[in-house]
Design a protein around this ligand. Sequence first.
Ligand code: RIB
Length: 330
Amino acid sequence: MKKVSIKDVAREAGVSVTAVSHILNDNKQRFSQGTIKKVLDAKEKLGYIPNKNAQQLRGSKTKMIGVLLPSLTNPFFSTIIQSMDEHKPDNVEIIFLTTINKGLEENIKHLVEHGVDGLVIGRLIDEPENLNAYLTKHKIPYVVLDQSEDNGFTDIIRTNEHEGGKSAAKHLIDYGHTNLAIIQPYELMANMKNRIDGFEQYCGVHNIPNPKKINTELSKLGGKNAVNQLISQEVTGIFAINDEIAIGAIRALIDNNFAVPDDISIIGYDDIDFAQYMNPALTTIAQPIDEIGKVALHQILKKVEGLSSKTEKIELPTQLIVRETTQSLK
Ligand code: RIB
C-alpha cells in the first residue's frame, strides 16, 4: 500500500515541497495564512503523516510492523510474539506493545506517526469503525487475531473456538462427569463466547442443560478466587476458559484439600508451555499458538507489500490434549 508522501501534499496544496516541509515543521513565518491553510487542509485531506522517526534511515526496504496484544505475562501472548520474531524476514522490524483498554487508540496513533507500515491487533478494539477509518485514511494495513472481533474490515486469524469448547465438554462427559462448571472472565471476548457456546451446546445435547458459571478475573489469581464459589456445589468437572485460570483453580483446590483429579477434574484451554510440566500435568484444549503468530505475520506482510487486497478469515484447528488433571468416573 503506497503511503501519502510530502510530494502528494505539495501537489494537492499547489505549493512547493519545501514550503510544505517548512510549514509542517513549524517554520511558518514567511508564509501567508492562506498558504498555511492550504497545506494543513491538504495534509488532513490526504491523511499525510510526517515521519517523526528515522524511517529514511531504516531504508525504504525495511518494513516496520506494530503488534498490539492485551498482555505479555500470559505465555499465550508471549509465545505469539516469540513466533513472529522467529519467523520474520531480515528486512522486517517488529514493535510489540501491550495496552490497557483505554490506551489502544493512542498507541496506534503513536505507532502510525512513527512510520509503522502495518499493524497486527490481538485485543478487543472498542471502536472498530473509527479505527478502520483512521487506518484506511493513513493507508496502514492491519490484521486482527484472537480477542479482536471479526468486523469484516480486514483479515482475522482465529482458532476453531466452537469446536474447542465442544471437545472440552465431550471429554468431561465421556469421562462420566455430569455436574459441570465453567470458570470464565467477567468480560467475555467474542472468541471466548464461541468457546463457551460450543461447550454449552454439547452439554445441552447430552442432557446437562446448565453448567454452573463462575465469573472471575482472566488470570491465575482469578482462577484461585473462583474456587470458593465452587467447592460447596458438588461439581466434579471444571472447564477453565484458559490455562492460567486452570492453574490458579488447581492451586486453590489443593489448598482446600481437594485432590485433582481424584475429587475434581479440570480442563484448561490454550496449551501454554507450562501445561505439560505441571504436576499434575494439565489436560487442555491446545491452540496452535506458534502457528497463529506465523500466519498473522504472513498475512500482514502480504498486505504491506500490496500482494493481497481481499479480506480473509483464517481458522486454525484446536486439539484435545489429555494429561493428568482429568479422570474418568466410570
Ligand atoms: O490465555 C489467553 C486467552 O485469551 C486465550 O485463550 C486466548 O485465546 C485469549 O482470548
